[in-house]
Structures are given as C-alpha cells and as structure tokens.
Design a protein around this ligand. Sequence first.
Ligand SMILES: Nc1ncnc2c1ncn2[C@@H]1O[C@H](COP(=O)(O)OP(=O)(O)O)[C@@H](O)[C@H]1O
Ligand SMILES: [Mg+2]
Length: 292
Amino acid sequence: MADRERIAGAARAIREHTRPGKDRGARIVITGKGGVGKTTITALLAHLYAQKGYTTLAVDEDPQMNLPYAAGIPREESDRIVPLSKNFDYVEEKTGARPGAGWGMMLRLNPDVADVVERFGAKGPGGVNVLVMGTIEQAAGGCLCPENTLLEAVIHYVSLRKNEVILMDTPAGVEHFGRTIAKGFDQALLVTDPTFNAVQVARHAAELAKGLGIRTIWLVINRVRSENDIAKVQELMGDSMALFSGQFVLPWDESLIACEPDVRPLLDGPSPFMERLRDLQVRLENAHNDIR
Ligand SMILES: Nc1ncnc2c1ncn2[C@@H]1O[C@H](COP(=O)(O)OP(=O)(O)O)[C@@H](O)[C@H]1O
Ligand SMILES: [Mg+2]
C-alpha cells in the first residue's frame, strides 16, 4: 500500500479510537519565513516552559528536522529519532495490525503527552520532549493532507493537562499552515525579521491563522537592530497590525549564532534577547490562563 494511504489510515484510526483531548494545556504554533528564528524561539520557549515545571512537547513539523539539535538533544541521539511519518511501519510491525489500525491501540483512549512522548518522541535535556514529524511528501497542488492529518490527529487527540504545553515549529512559508495543523492550536506566534518578504509571509500567515480560528495571534519581530527596523515592519504590515493581540521585539544578538544549533547556553546568561524572550513566555502563559 502506498505510504500516503497508510498515513491517512493511521490518522483515521486515531480519530476513531480516541476523543479530542481536553484543552486545558496550551497549544502554540510558531510560523514564518525561513531564517527568521522560528526554531530558535521554539526551542528556547520550550526550555523556559520546562524550567517553570511544565511538561513540554516541542513538535518539529519542518522536514529539515533541526528542532532536536536546537533543543539540545545530542547529535547521535537526534539522528536516531524515528520521525512520526516513519513510525507507522514500526507500529504495524510490532502490532501486526492492518495498516492504520494499530495506531488507535497504540495510543489508547485519550492519549496523554507522556504516552505520545513514550511511543513517538524523544526525551531531551532540561525536561524538553521532542516529537519529529519527518519528511513530508508534497502532493500535486501543494496538499500535504495525509501527513498533516496524522500530525493533527496525534496533537489534537492528546489530552493536555493544565501544566502541559505543546509548541510546534513549522516549515518555512504559509503553504503548510492549513486547517488540519491549525486545528486545536490556541495561540500562534508569527515570526518576522525586518525584511519585506518575511513581513509578507507573516501577514499572510496571520490572516490564515485568524481565518482558522486561532484565538490569540502574536507578532514577533526578531533580529531587530534599530527602532527603524520596528517602524519598517509596522509600516509594511499596515492594517494587518490589527490581527495581532500584541507584538514582541527581539533584538539582534551575535551570541545566538555563536552557540547555534544548541540554544541552551543562551538560557544561562542574562541578555537583552533573553529578557525579551522571557517576557514573551510570560505573556503566552498569561494569555492561556486568561482564556481558559
Ligand atoms: N535575534 C537574533 N540575532 C541574531 N541571530 C539570530 C537571531 N534569531 C535567530 N538568529 C539566527 O538566525 C539563524 C536562523 O534561525 P532559525 O531559528 O534556524 O530560523 P528558522 O527556524 O525560522 O529558519 C540561526 O543561525 C539563528 O541562530
Ligand atoms: Mg527552522
């Protein structure tokens, strides 16, 4: 059977065997153009949440799969992670189930984060767990339906407790930011830098996020070197600024490049960048508590 059919079958099986999780924890999606800082920000936020005692699941939807490295999982271990899109082979092999059917059984009714991490994820340093989606096969017309549906099923049907958070790093651009992925996410971070193209992507993604019913949408202006950079983004954004619940400015910081891909050294030292990022984490946490 073709991979795509098997993936679609797995997603169906999860939906048939489970009910949508109770939405008490936070689901946050991070998106924007390539190179604007999505992965860096996702990994840092995951660590900040984990430091506050949250059970944290960082999900890598980007086929480049660099979130595990950013979160600080050692290289050899990161390379051994079996992506979700390949896991169905493993599941079927172990359960001998007909294609797709094994997934519901594997996840039990109302799977929780620990369940998902145990079966499909990797435990990283600092209590940050990582789930990797893997290579996505793009069908004609840009539809990533089976893969997106599978990821959506796993994320949406996980029951999230009050002290649990899912942070999802997405591939560059907006074409992956479809209904299935946005489903169940309550906050979106639209990351941009002060360039025309990045702002266009963030603007388009913000409109989509709004249309998809994501309640709280934040603008994150990263790699900022001057007040002019902020003014430029706001001007390019124009009326679309109204889509955002608020904006965050993250300054340009050479030390990010010095330590990349692993973001953990940044957590130790105080820096203007980290100060702003900690503010951002607190705002996300408060926004979630307010709407719950
Ligand atoms: N504020 C910043 N100052 C300096 N470099 C940054 C900043 N934010 C991100 N970077 C660097 O930019 C590069 C791209 O960041 P990354 O998080 O991989 O972007 P994306 O995931 O959006 O493609 C990385 O090398 C990262 O260290
Ligand atoms: Mg990235």
